[in-house]
Every structure is written in structure tokens, then in C-alpha cells.
Design a protein around this ligand. Structure first.
Ligand code: KG4
Ligand code: ZN
Length: 396
């Protein structure tokens, strides 16, 4: 964990602080969500579904603060996120993170209109930490509690950053998800394709491990790829020869493993240039697949939505420059508005959760203290589960 920089004696003092502030708050009925449709709303967002502990304050479409504590160093020696360690770390840091977000926004709990929290999908211990924390705050302050689907947070980010109007086509691509969605309303999503096995972020992370590059893998593979030759290794472009916009990335992970082993056998190790060439070849394969499948998804979408079509990306892998540039060029050719949120709002953050909660409140929705944490929570409930959905695929 990065040092919090916040002195505090944990939950006891935080709870006391909340109760003091709660005494000064208007009564709950003045916060009734029904009146939230038109006035300005200030929402605290809380995110703890994977390995980032995050809190943020959003007022309408302004991000007043966004604090993210990564857990990379805590999980580094295990080669992946350990759910129990993640959950404990969330529980330890959430209160500091929230205090910091309020301080950075120059606000107190009394200035808020609601508390939005990721209620799934994700690692259940982490989601529970956030949901319990949000419930405690809501109970103490009387503020409305709004449970948010983490994927909806990513999918609605282009509305926070660019005020993009519904409907739009979105590629949500991260460590646990990869899907094309038509976003029709804050609670209406149509999935028109997605990965049938791994997510690209998972493949980036695995590739980094295979090449001896640090985690998270995406940024380090991208960095190494800058000086690499993308043509040196001929890696497959899975499912490209099949119609539709479903994708597969597990074979690519195996292919990069074989390519690496080939070099290691030949030279008894990897030079930095080998690492760069393998990274560049891998990144090019992922980018080619995502760009071609996006072209097909856009074709399908343009049939349905010929006027002013818009395409947006979100999720951690959307921070990748090569992928962003390729998609931006594709959209320019197809005369489609391309929206790519800033990098810090593509990766996990709580501003997107606050904003998705704000949209729910504007629609007159909120939850009560029975809100439950959900490990799985597909956005498009009517879509059939993806083939081969495994430990992460089922979330999508
Ligand atoms: O959205 P996110 O922060 O968390 C999930 O909900 O999964 O995405 C994290 C994933 C990680 O797998 C990370 O390696 C990947 O996004 N990522 C990237 C880049 N930055 C983060 N992948 C490729 N290029 C990047 N620049
Ligand atoms: Zn995410």
C-alpha cells in the first residue's frame, strides 16, 4: 500500500466523526431520492471490488476528488491478487481513503447527497468491505445508499467525462472483462459480443509474468513494446476468421509462452530486446483482434443506429496507447465519434462509481440497508452466459 498520509485512529475515530457530522445533517426525508431528478447532486463513491481501494466525490459531471490506493506490492510475491489479503487491506484503508477524498474535495459528509458503493461483481470479500463501510456511513448519516454494478461504472464513464448521450456502443476491456455493449440507459445494456475465455488484461498480466516484467502487466508490456519489433514473432489472432464479435485470448497466452520458451532454449535467457520484441508482438496481436472485432461490432451497431453513432472504450486495457490509437483511427474512417476517457478514469476508480450512483439517484432509485454484495452480476441479464466462462469470464 502507498502510505495514506492521513493520521487517524481507525474506525473508532471515524465512526465518532461520522456521528458528529450526522447530528448536523438534515433529516433523511430531505435527501429523498425523488427530489434528486433535477437539482445538483454531490455523491461519495466507494470502490473495493478487486485490488484498488478507492473513494471519490463527484458533483454532477465534475470529479471533485478521486483517491486510489493500489495494492500491487501486497500481492506481488504471489503473482496475482490474493482475495483474503485484498479484503483485509480494503477494510483497513477504506476509512482513510474516504476521509482523504472528502478533504481533497474540501467537503464534509454534511455536503453529500448520497453514498454510492460497488456492490459487485468482484472478489466477494472486497465488495463486502466496501458495502459494509457504505452501509455504516449511510446508517450514521441518514444519506441515501446506492449500490452500483462495477461494470456499469466503467460503461457510464464516457457520460461523466464527455457527457455522451445514450445510446452508444462501448468496448469494456479490463483485467476481468471484455465485452461489446450497447449502452441504452443507466440500467439498460445489450451485450453483442465478448470474450469466450480470458480477458485481455489477464493476458497482459500473464505475459508480463512470463517475460519477467513487473505487475500490473499492461503498463509494463506497453512500455517494453515501445522499443520492440512487433513482426519478430508471428502470434495468432484468435477467432478473427470467424464471423461476429466474440473473442478469445487464452490461446494467445499459450502462444507467447511457447515463443518465450523458444528464445530461452536458444539463448539460455531473455535479453531486454527479446522482452521488447515479445511484448510488441503480443500487444500487436491483442490490438489487431480488438480493432477488427470492434469494426464488426460497429458495423452491426451502425445498422441499428446510423445517426450520430458514438463508440467509447473503458476499463484498464483501454489505457493502452496502441489500442486507443488503432480504435481512434478506425472510428475516424467510419465517421464515428470516438470517446476515450482519461487513463485514470479507465482503470478502476471510485469516481465512476459515484457517477453511476448519481445516475441511479436521478432516476429515483436507491437501496436500503439490505443491499447485498454480489460476486457475479452481468450487465445484460438476458444475454446467454459466454461459452467457457471460467473464474473471470462469468462476470462478463
Ligand atoms: O479496469 P481495471 O483497473 O480492473 C479490472 O476491473 O479488471 O483493469 C486492470 C487491467 C490489468 O489487467 C492491467 O494490466 C490492465 O488493465 N492495464 C493495461 C494497461 N493499463 C492497465 N493493459 C494494457 N495496457 C495498459 N496501458
Ligand atoms: Zn474494473
Amino acid at each position: 500500500f502507498a502510505p495514506s498520509g492521513v493520521s487517524g485512529s481507525g474506525w473508532a475515530s471515524f465512526r465518532h466523526h461520522c456521528l458528529q457530522q450526522a447530528a448536523m445533517l438534515p433529516r433523511i426525508d430531505q435527501h429523498a431520492t425523488g427530489s434528486a431528478m433535477h437539482r445538483s447532486l454531490t455523491i461519495l463513491g466507494i470502490e473495493s471490488s478487486c485490488d484498488d481501494t478507492a473513494a471519490a466525490v463527484v458533483r454532477d459531471t465534475d470529479v471533485l476528488s478521486s483517491i486510489v490506493y493500489g495494492q500491487t506490492s501486497l500481492h506481488a510475491q504471489f503473482g496475482g491478487v490474493v482475495p483474503e489479503i485484498a479484503a483485509r487491506a480494503h477494510a483497513e484503508k477504506l476509512d482513510h481513503c474516504i476521509e482523504e477524498a472528502l478533504t481533497a474535495a474540501n467537503l464534509t459528509l454534511a455536503d453529500l447527497d448520497g453514498i454510492a458503493v460497488t456492490a459487485g461483481p468482484g472478489l466477494i470479500g472486497g465488495v463486502l468491505s466496501g458495502v459494509m463501510c457504505a452501509k455504516g456511513l449511510a446508517a450514521a448519516t441518514g444519506l441515501p445508499l446506492v449500490g452500483v454494478n462495477h461494470l456499469a461504472g466503467h460503461a457510464l464513464t464516457p457520460r461523466l467525462t464527455d457527457q455522451l448521450a445514450y445510446p452508444y456502443l462501448m468496448l469494456l476491456v479490463s483485467g476481468g472483462h471484455c465485452q461489446f455493449l450497447i449502452v441504452k440507459a443507466h440500467d439498460r445494456f445489450q451485450r453483442i459480443g465478448g470474450t469466450i475465455d480470458d480477458a485481455p488484461g489477464e493476458a497482459f498480466d500473464k505475459t508480463a509474468r512470463l517475460l519477467g516484467l513487473p505487475q500490473p502487466g499492461g503498463p509494463s508490456v506497453e512500455r517494453a513494446a515501445r522499443t520492440g519489433d512487433a513482426k519478430r514473432f508471428a502470434l495468432p489472432r484468435p477467432l478473427l476468421n470467424q464471423p461476429g464479435c466474440d473473442m478469445s485470448f487464452s490461446g494467445l497466452k499459450t502462444a507467447i509462452l511457447r515463443a518465450r520458451d523458444g528464445v530461452v532454449v536458444e539463448k539460455s535467457g531473455l535479453t531486454p530486446q527479446d522482452q521488447a520484441d515479445l511484448s510488441a508482438s503480443f500487444q500487436a496481436a491483442i490490438a489487431d483482434v480488438l480493432i477488427e472485432k470492434t469494426r464488426r461490432a460497429l458495423d452491426a451497431y451502425l445498422q441499428m443506429q446510423p445517426a450520430k453513432p458514438a463508440f467509447a472504450i473503458a476499463g484498464g486495457v483501454a489505457a493502452n496507447g496502441a489500442i486507443r490509437n488503432g480504435l481512434s483511427t478506425l472510428c475516424a474512417v467510419l465517421d464515428t465519434n470516438f470517446v476515450a476517457p482519461p487513463l485514470e478514469l479507465c482503470t478502476d476508480n471510485a469516481a465512476m462509481i459515484a457517477y453511476a450512483g448519481l445516475e441511479r439517484m436521478r432516476a429515483g432509485e436507491s437501496d436500503d440497508l439490505t443491499l447485498s454484495a454480489r460476486p457475479r452480476w452481468p450487465l445484460d441479464q438476458s444475454a446467454a452466459p459466454m461459452l467457457g466462462s471460467g473464474k473471470k469470464g462469468a462476470k462478463a
